[in-house]
Every structure is written in structure tokens, then in C-alpha cells.
Design a protein around this ligand. Structure first.
Ligand SMILES: Nc1ncnc2c1ncn2[C@@H]1O[C@H](COP(=O)(O)OP(=O)(O)O)[C@@H](O)[C@H]1O
Ligand SMILES: [Mg+2]
Length: 238
């Protein structure tokens, strides 16, 4: 088997005395869409932030393409090919769509490449082209989420981490945004995604991990988890 694109081994993270992540191990193979599902406060964002270099794990290892990246600062992580779209989008509210996208490409000095990536983003999300000069804060939640994903793609990542894309979106938009994730994946970007819309996430993922109070309690193929009574009861309200 080939080297996983991402390999998290026995990672623990604390906020002061509070342990948010407790010995988590997981793997993502190149080309996969992998979902992490779990209730509020179970440690999903903390795990992604530790991969993105925004939090330094207290113990354990994180390998990207076989090289240790645990403790590498966030700006270096982006250069290595990992992009993190945080929960709540975090766009620059007073900047236009185009300006937000340009900031997403800060790691790229070649102007021509930046323009190409903006064009690719507009192809993926045509509405963003229409809104190109509009301030981010004046757009709908769905448009802002598309802009956040597009910004995340501007560094041309190999691994895209998406944290709760569906937050605050109406169901019809959630589907649309998740369809765009499938498109992005088909173009060769590996995806790690955190979602509370569990059914929707499992429908696009190949595999998933269930996290509970900072621990992975279950893993399986998306189909296995979709068909598990336990998972359906706990996370899909069935
Ligand atoms: N900056 C922080 N300071 C202190 N505790 C935090 C901080 N961020 C998260 N936590 C705590 O860590 C745990 C995991 O949080 P988080 O990773 O945000 O979970 P999730 O994304 O699954 O909702 C929670 O108990 C949360 O209260
Ligand atoms: Mg979170």
C-alpha cells in the first residue's frame, strides 16, 4: 500500500488542563474523501487545527506525504499543500470576493497562476464571478461558503480540510456545496471533512471516523456507517 497522504498517530491536544483530543489516530489515502463525524465539542475542529498548524499537539505525530509536520507553523503547512477552510468561513468581510481569493493565494508569487486559479474558482462557482466585486459580508451564507472554499483552493492544495461547511446553510444549499466538494475531489484534491450533517457527508465520503469526547470510537467505509443502527440513532436522528 502507498504512503498515506495524511497520517495522524496517537495525537493528543490540550487547552490548558482540558484535553480536547485524546490519542487520535487516522489515515487519509491520496484521492479519498474522508469524513470525521461527531457531536458538538467532540474535538473535530481541534484535530483539523492541529493538522493545519494552528495548534501544536501535546503528543503524537502528524505525517503529510510521509514527512513529520507536527509543530510546523500554519504558513509553512500551506506551502506544503494543506489548506484549511475553518468553521464559520472567516472571510474578510470588508473585502470583495476577488480580494478574498487573492489573499488565499498569498503563497503564490506567479501572477499568472493566481489568475488561472481565480478563473478555475469561477468555473467551479459561477455565482462568485457575478459577485466578484461585491463585499463578502453582503453575500448570502451559501455564497460566502463557496467563497471560503474557493479561497481555500487558491493555494492549490493537495489536501483540503473542510470544517462544518453546512453550518447555517439551508438543506438545498448544503447539497449544492457538497456536490462542489465532489467536483474538487474529482480534480485530484484529497478531502478531509468535518460535518454534523452526517448522512449528507457519508453520501460523498468513501470512509469516515466517528469521534466522541476526543477519541475515535469507530471507523469504517461510508456505507458501513450509513447502515449502522448505532450511527443512525446517534447522528442521524433515526
Ligand atoms: N480555544 C479553546 N480554549 C479552551 N477550550 C477549547 C478551545 N477550543 C475548543 N475547546 C474545547 O475543546 C473541546 C473540543 O472542541 P472542538 O475541537 O471545537 O470541538 P468540535 O469542533 O467537535 O465542536 C471542547 O470541549 C471545547 O470546549
Ligand atoms: Mg468544530
Amino acid at each position: 500500500m502507498s504512503v498515506p497522504i495524511l497520517q495522524i498517530s496517537d495525537v493528543s491536544c490540550y487547552y490548558g488542563a482540558i484535553r480536547a483530543i485524546n490519542g487520535v489516530s487516522l489515515e487519509v489515502q491520496r484521492g479519498e474523501i474522508v469524513a470525521i463525524i461527531g457531536a458538538n465539542g467532540s474535538g473535530k475542529s481541534t484535530l483539523m487545527k492541529s493538522v493545519a498548524g494552528l495548534i501544536r499537539p501535546n503528543s503524537g505525530g502528524i505525517k503529510f506525504e510521509g514527512a513529520e509536520i507536527s509543530g510546523v507553523p500554519a504558513n509553512r503547512i500551506i506551502y506544503k499543500g494543506i489548506s484549511y477552510v475553518p468553521e464559520g468561513r472567516r472571510l474578510f468581510a470588508n473585502l470583495s470576493v476577488r480580494e478574498n481569493l487573492e489573499l488565499g493565494a498569498f503563497s503564490e508569487r506567479d501572477r499568472r497562476l493566481v489568475d488561472e486559479r481565480i478563473e478555475a474558482a469561477f468555473e467551479l462557482f459561477p455565482i462568485l464571478k457575478e459577485r466578484e466585486r461585491q463585499l463578502a459580508q453582503t453575500m448570502s451564507g451559501g455564497e460566502q461558503q463557496m467563497c471560503a472554499i474557493a479561497r481555500g483552493l487558491m493555494s492549490d492544495p493537495k489536501l483540503l480540510m473542510l470544517d462544518e461547511l453546512s453550518l447555517g446553510l439551508m438543506p438545498s444549499l448544503v447539497e449544492k456545496v457538497l456536490e462542489s466538494v465532489v467536483e474538487i475531489n474529482k480534480k485530484g484534491v484529497t478531502v478531509l471533512l468535518v460535518e454534523q450533517m452526517v448522512q449528507e457527508a457519508l453520501e460523498i465520503a468513501s470512509r469516515a471516523y466517528v469521534i466522541q469526547v476526543g477519541r475515535i470510537v469507530r471507523e469504517g467505509t461510508a456505507d458501513e456507517l450509513l447502515n449502522s443502527d448505532e450511527v443512525r440513532k446517534a447522528y442521524m436522528g433515526m
